[in-house]
Design a protein. Sequence first.
Length: 185
Amino acid sequence: MGFKPGVGVKFWAFDFSASFAYDYGMNKQSPDMYDRLNLLQQYRHIAIVGISDDQYRPSHFVAIYLQAEGYDIILVNPNYAGQKLLGKRVYASLTEAKEAGEQIEIVDVFRKAEDIPPIAEEAIKVGAQVVWLQLGIRNDDVGKKITEAGLTFVQDRCIKMEHARFFGGLHTVGLNTGVVLSKKL
């Protein structure tokens, strides 16, 4: 039995426009792409909850990227509290960071969906403006609570990828290499 084009095979055309990538039906609480762009332009102090010291973990890579882009990163992970990562002190909690004088505008969360509620409550208490759940993390109940408290809620979006998309740093390896090739390396 050989391959017959168009028979029993669905061909997908990928549309990377905002209307396709943003599912209005499932993600009503999340801001649209223009709002996300505005958030990244307006706020410069980002707490990264769940930072890892493993340079290959997404939280570590996102922290490096945001720091390189001029954002003030506030690192939060009780497992590394008191240590330094990327030249910054790691705090046990958002409250500890706030009490130490850190300004927290966006709380970028790298934790499982079921771990989000206490982090969201703490984000409200410390006066954050945005709670941002990373790619693959969704919690609609928390989203409702966050928006009712007057904060902006973003879920299932990578803050690094969003920034790179808006500001020209997106590349297949996650960095803007500045090299233009017709062939993938």
